[in-house]
Design a protein around this ligand. Structure first.
Ligand code: FES
Ligand SMILES: [Fe+2]
Length: 398
């Protein structure tokens, strides 16, 4: 069904490309400038969005075998992801039950057991506490209730999402809104993580607004890559997640072919955002497709964010392709750091002056409209309203 949707989106796109049209929002949207710097609002965003929504924290391809693990910190929480002998990924708070030491250092590896570096209490791949050092001296405790604290996790489309709240009752499938079925067409579980870099940036929403914005491409990026880029966008929502495509006249190449022959790479082109913090930008690299998967996290204050850029390649590159990929990654990092985020940092200074009460999203910037509407709804919603919100969210083609 999702390939049929891809074809349908391509036909929809091509019709707009031929007509020279886009779908406009009914009105220009105004967003209060304080949304970008008010500390109370920012705290609420952390608590009600980043600590309640599943965050895409790792790629299947970086921990695909039994015993593969990755330890990382996300929004201040130390997380340990482990793939068990049964092939399932589990997520835990990376914290020892004894006195709270972090058990695994940040990074990846493969292990059957996870001994705490402080006093050697040891956990297995299921997070169960399997041994207590000098247990006769320590005293009686029930090992079966002192395992690692589990976090909700879901692995779909070669991506791994975690909720940073052990008590969450969120329906993860409802949150995904079938978007994972469309993303699965990339086949990321068979791709390769080529390199990962980290960039500091402005308020997370200033950064995220930019990922859905094609309007700026030929202007802000005219000297790097954007001079010939279209400034128009078509948005395809699955709940809060949105695909962003420019009207693409080259889709006409496939129009007269039987649908089975339409190229999957062409059907999957453009930018795929995953609410609230991921953008997947796809492009053709030498020797196959590549994507830049950017994970955006709020920083220590409203005016700071951290972006992890993952350069992921469909095929393992040979030496020449690896050199070309490094060059391309360096350009993309430059564009985001020196063009998008440098502009964003100056923009947030201006927002704080009090000179204007609102910023605007045009009728052509539907991605921003939808993002800010979802954010407002989620900040207001109680935990028990969340599942309903996602189950009834707008989905393209439904
Ligand atoms: S804190 Fe982990 S064994 Fe003591
Ligand atoms: Fe940009």
């Amino acid at each position: 069904m999702s390939r049929a949707q891809l074809i349908e989106m391509a036909r929809h796109n091509l019709a707009h490309a031929k007509a020279g049209t886009i779908e406009q929002e009914p009105e220009v949207m105004r967003v209060p400038v304080s949304n970008y710097f008010d500390p109370d609002r920012w705290r609420l965003e952390i608590d009600r969005v980043f600590k309640r929504m599943p965050l895409m924290l790792a790629l299947t391809c970086e921990m695909s075998g039994p015993g593969d693990y990755r330890a990382l910190e996300a929004v201040g929480m130390p997380v340990l992801l482990v793939r068990g002998g049964d092939g399932e990924v589990r997520a835990f708070v990376n914290m020892c039950s004894h006195r709270g030491s972090q058990i695994v250092r940040e990074g990846t590896g493969n292990a059957k057991r996870f001994p705490c570096p402080y006093h050697a209490w040891t956990y297995d791949q299921l997070g169960d506490l399997v041994s207590v050092y000098a247990s006769e001296d320590f005293g009686e405790i029930d090992k079966s209730c002192n395992g690692l604290t589990k976090l909700p996790v879901i692995e779909r489309a070669g991506l791994i999402w975690v909720v940073l709240n052990p008590a969450s009752t969120l329906d993860l499938e409802a949150f995904l809104s079938d978007y994972d079925q469309i993303l699965a067409h990339f086949g990321f579980e068979h791709w390769h993580l080529f390199e990962r870099r980290t960039i500091a940036g402005p308020n997370w929403k200033i950064a995220y607004d930019g990922y859905m914005d094609l309007y700026h491409l030929p202007i802000l990026h005219r000297e790097s890559f954007g001079a010939q880029m279209p400034n128009q966008a078509l948005y395809y929502p699955w709940g809060p997640h949105q695909r962003v495509s420019s009207p693409d006249p080259s889709l006409a190449e496939m129009e007269d072919l039987p649908e089975e022959e339409w190229s999957e790479a062409h059907l999957m082109s453009g930018v795929w955002t995953i609410f609230p913090h991921v953008s997947i930008a796809s492009f053709d690299g030498g020797g196959g497709r590549s994507v830049m998967i950017s994970q955006l996290f709020p920083g220590e204050s409203p005016g700071e964010s951290i972006t992890v850029q993952n350069y992921v390649m469909e095929n393992e590159p040979d030496e020449e392709q690896a050199a070309a990929a490094t060059e391309q990654f360096t350009l993309l990092e430059y564009v985001v750091r020196e063009e998008d985020y440098a502009t964003g940092l100056r923009q947030q200074k201006a927002l704080r002056t009090g000179a204007k009460s609102h910023v605007m999203f045009g009728r052509n910037e539907g991605g921003g409209h939808r993002f800010h509407r979802w954010l407002d709804k989620l900040l207001e919603a109680d935990d028990d309203q969340l599942n309903e919100l996602f189950l009834h969210g707008e989905r393209w083609g439904r």
